[in-house]
Design a protein around this ligand. Structure first.
Ligand SMILES: Nc1ncnc2c1ncn2[C@@H]1O[C@H](COP(=O)(O)OP(=O)(O)OP(=O)(O)O)[C@@H](O)[C@H]1O
Ligand SMILES: [Mg+2]
Length: 163
């Protein structure tokens, strides 16, 4: 997979669309919809403040891809791998919030994860600036106006990029 030429900005130059949802079910329904639209090899760069709903969105992605797994925040592990033995597939969920530095990407096997082509979502992707795939779907989540309202700004992958 090609690294993004635009360091850390997987959405550079592409047109985003905006969707507003309410509550966890709204976020998960949108994630299921996007999983169907972008398919089983998509890479999601999930941006948004603490508590924006990134992990909640990943639950919907897994559900939409038919990967039955208990999705939880991988904050302490950095990487969680959800395997659905019945489906024979896995989903990769990374949270880079506590990444000590770019070198740690190599320690956790970042390139192998990318090369696997398995569906993948990364929270705090700015920590991997310059090493995000050009074919990433960028998802920016903002909170409000109400506490359960979320606005999603979704930038589809560059059609000329691999994944
Ligand atoms: N529409 C919504 N979508 C997602 N979460 C919502 C929504 N409304 C309220 N919430 C609440 O916001 C919180 C989102 O938590 P979540 O762990 O998904 O955030 P996060 O972006 O992954 O945070 P972190 O950066 O700490 O990992 C949950 O407590 C959830 O119940
Ligand atoms: Mg999270």
């Amino acid at each position: 997979m090609k690294p993004s030429p635009a360091s850390g900005d997987p959405g550079a130059g592409r047109t985003a669309f905006v969707r507003s949802v309410r509550g966890v079910p709204g976020t998960q329904a949108l994630a299921r919809e996007l999983a169907a639209a972008f398919g089983p090899r998509a890479f999601y760069a999930l941006e948004g403040d603490l508590g924006a709903g990134k992990t909640c969105f990943v639950q919907g992605l897994c559900d939409g891809l038919g990967i039955r797994a208990a999705v939880s925040s991988p904050t302490f592990a950095i990487a969680n791998e959800y395997r659905d033995e019945a489906a024979g597939r896995r989903f990769l969920h990374l949270d880079l919030y506590r990444l000590s530095g770019p070198d740690e990407l190599d320690t956790i096997g970042w390139d192998d994860y990318l090369d696997s082509g398995d569906p993948m979502a990364v929270e705090w992707p700015d920590r991997a600036a310059g090493r995000l795939p050009a074919g990433a779907v960028r998802v920016r989540i903002s909170i409000g106006p109400g506490p359960d309202d979320r606005t999603f700004e979704i930038t589809p992958p560059d059609p000329s990029a691999g994944r």
